[in-house]
Ligand binder design. Structure first.
Ligand SMILES: O=C(O)[C@H]1O[C@H](OP(=O)(O)OP(=O)(O)OC[C@H]2O[C@@H](n3ccc(=O)[nH]c3=O)[C@H](O)[C@@H]2O)[C@H](O)[C@@H](O)[C@H]1O
Length: 422
């Protein structure tokens, strides 16, 4: 290839007023494109109902939103940073805290593990409740630092996680990213700030793995995880111990047992069974060895929320400051279950009754993909220490879920409007 002589280029654009105007317009277009047209990489979406309001992270409008949202309306209220605030449990807990007068700021990365529009709808409701949700990842140290620089959070309710037992075989690294790296990143920030917040976080019933002693007690062994999800939650419990031991962080882990309810997760069986039954699509009911039914200690969301608030209210202060421990700090683990395991077949028959549709069922052997045959919580410790007392049975809870589901996925705007309240 032969280079063309420079003079050729010059001759095409002889110096003139036209050339000056041409290059001025090009420069202006470039400036407009980079500084106005496309949002800067640090821009963060506020969870406005239109999703279109944007405020520059760290900018004055953003700072005002964070400070306003974190200020308790009750003088004795907590200042809580809720991670995973647009998630199922996170959104319910955030609303409950805000309504009783606590200050709440949410963080959520709005990832695509399941339909992000459902997360956006939850976040819209949080906006209406006065909870500001920052769009960002718990692995982003500078974001966490800027939040703690603005607000002296008294507590962190850490609910951001990669959930789902079976998905861990499809995307193992997402579990490491959120449940291990993200958790460590959050604790690194929390241990360094002054004052250190108390941390309450979501562990899982899945840590009991292949444990066969029932009901599952916090004293039972948890060293036989059946899924990578369970292994990362168990690792989280060990990581919590380390940060408590070295830095004096007050740590409370909550082992949730198959939480369900309105605004739930579409990847969970009760949710997609409902969808598939209504569509007339076949559903698979897993069964264990020797045709034994598979059962879960399904726990209703409102009961879980009460458990989370009980844990926050009884959490003692962390003892360290600026990365140094000055004495032993509280370290707790509680089961939050319903103490009433129900076979999956029974769950399906309740849904059939509520939906008034006969399900197309196929019973299949439980695949070896991380599932465990049953779960059953002993909740006596949570009852004694944090006043946890679940009050919703599966039939009552599923009734509330189905009512929400039909309204949310209905095209009738009248029904949708009723969802504007939580
Ligand atoms: O307690 C937890 O810590 C976990 O709870 C939840 O896991 P699980 O208890 O496994 O719930 P979920 O998937 O709804 O399956 C329910 C039942 O349906 C059975 N199941 C499932 C799928 C199917 O097609 N057929 C079927 O019978 C299946 O065998 C099971 O018996 C959370 O997802 C998880 O993130 C974590 O929080």
């Amino acid at each position: 290839m032969v280079d063309k002589p420079m003079s050729n280029h010059r001759s095409r654009f002889p110096f003139s007023i036209n050339k000056l105007i041409f290059w001025s317009l090009i420069s202006l277009a470039v400036i407009l494109f980079f500084f106005v047209g496309s949002p800067p990489s640090t821009a963060t979406t506020t969870t406005s109902s239109s999703h279109s309001r944007r405020s520059l992270r760290g900018g004055p409008q953003w700072q005002t939103s964070v400070i306003r949202s974190s200020t308790p309306s009750n003088p004795k209220g907590l200042r809580v940073l809720v991670t995973g605030a647009a998630g199922f449990v996170g959104s319910h807990v955030s609303v409950a805290l805000k309504r009783r007068g606590d200050g709440v700021v949410g963080v959520d990365n709005f990832n695509r593990y399941y339909d992000p529009s459902l997360k956006r709808s939850r976040a819209d409701l949080l906006t209406r409740e006065g909870v500001f949700v920052v769009e960002g990842d718990i692995n982003d140290s500078s974001l966490l630092k800027s939040l703690f620089k603005l607000v002296k959070f008294t507590h962190v309710m850490h609910l951001a996680a990669q959930a789902g037992v079976r998905y861990a075989m499809k995307n193992p690294s997402s579990y490491i990213h959120s449940n291990i790296a993200g958790f460590v990143n959050l604790l690194e920030t929390c241990k360094s700030v002054n004052p250190q917040p108390a941390i309450v976080w979501a562990s899982s019933s899945s840590v009991y793995g292949l444990n066969s002693k029932v009901p599952f007690s916090e004293k039972d062994r948890t060293d036989q995880p059946a899924s990578l999800y369970a292994a990362t939650k168990k690792a989280g419990e060990e990581i919590a111990h380390t940060y408590n031991h070295i830095y004096g962080l007050s740590m409370t882990g909550l082992r949730f047992f198959t939480v369900y309810g309105p605004w739930g997760r579409p990847d969970m069986a009760y949710f997609f069974f409902t969808r598939d039954i209504l569509k007339g699509k076949q559903i698979q009911i897993f069964e264990g060895a020797e045709h034994r039914s598979v059962a879960r200690d399904f726990t209703y969301i409102d009961d879980i929320v009460k458990g989370c608030l009980g844990a926050l209210d009884t959490a003692e202060k962390s003892t360290g400051s600026g990365g140094k421990k000055s004495g032993p700090a509280q370290l707790r683990i509680f089961n939050l279950g319903n103490t009433a395991p129900v076979p999956v077949g029974k769950l399906v028959s309740i849904l059939e009754k509520l939906l008034k549709v006969h399900a197309k069922k196929k019973v299949v052997a439980m695949p070896r993909n991380g599932d465990v045959p049953f779960t059953h919580a002993d909740i006596s410790l949570a009852k004694k220490e944090i006043g946890y007392k679940p009050g919703t049975d599966l039939e009552k809870g599923l009734n509330k879920f189905v009512t929400w589901y039909l309204a949310y996925y209905s095209n009738e705007s009248g029904k949708k409007d009723r969802l504007s309240s939580w």
